[in-house]
Design a protein around this ligand. Sequence first.
Ligand code: HEC
Length: 270
Amino acid sequence: MNITKLNFKKLLLFIPVFIVSCGGVPEETTSASTDKKAFSVAEVLTMVAHENEVTRTLYTKAIVGGGKKQGFKFDEAWQDEKVEAGPLPALFLRGIANDIRKGDVPLGLYLSSDFPISASNQLVGKQAELFKEIKETREPKHFYDEESKLYTAMFADVAGAPACVSCHNNHEKTTKTDWKLGDVMGATTWQYPADSLSYTEAMNVLKAYRDGTTAVYNDYLEEIKNFKESDKPEVGDKWPSSGKYLPAPEVFIDSVRKLSAYATMSSLMK
Ligand code: HEC
């Protein structure tokens, strides 16, 4: 994580972002410096990518992995009326990306691979070239994409849960059947039109991502309400690891918040 490269002044600015994004303090940004371009686009995309990593791993392990053990189904056609299932992790991410696109924050988010299940996720051009290096080093790539005129950051998407590997290896449309835990399976690409962001703009990026997560998770719970044949898990403060339960949206987001706070703190203290 490049957050370690923040200088001291930026660090001071970063701490309130961190606290507010963790929900600890009401939004109060009276400092005169708040409208200055306090963050580079690379710093902000690194923060949101971090949050995304935590969200995706939590969703994959606790909801998909844990849920499957309880007999919950997850499917590509989860939004189909006849299909009684939740979103696959990649589609959860795509849902977040779609929700962000609907809002005012000009943040783009994509998931792709050199061996994709879905042909539309095939890495091409400059991104395919850079991905070769990402696979080797696992380090992110920050660059200006001349074609789209957008500042771009690509991060390794690692098989962080056994469910990633087993599902991809066994998928009928897979282009690779020997993925292993810990492999770089693809890249998460983020784009933003400016090279630096103010405090408020940085906050808005983080908030857009978190709102997107809540929106997709709510869509999933809405689908469940319409299940006719499958069991409906009880929604509340319990997780699938303890039975036919699903955490309520605020419980899920609260876990993301705690896990990403820890991760962000760790990278600040390195
Ligand atoms: C239950 C099945 C399932 C699980 C679990 C799963 N995926 Fe996928 N994944 C898919 C499907 C299906 C697609 C294609 C979705 C689409 O149409 O975009 C996909 C897409 C992707 C892509 C984009 C490239 C492609 O293959 O189309 C990446 C990268 C990816 N997944 C990585 C992961 C990682 C990392 C995990 C674990 C954190 C994971 N997946 C978990 C089924 C799964």
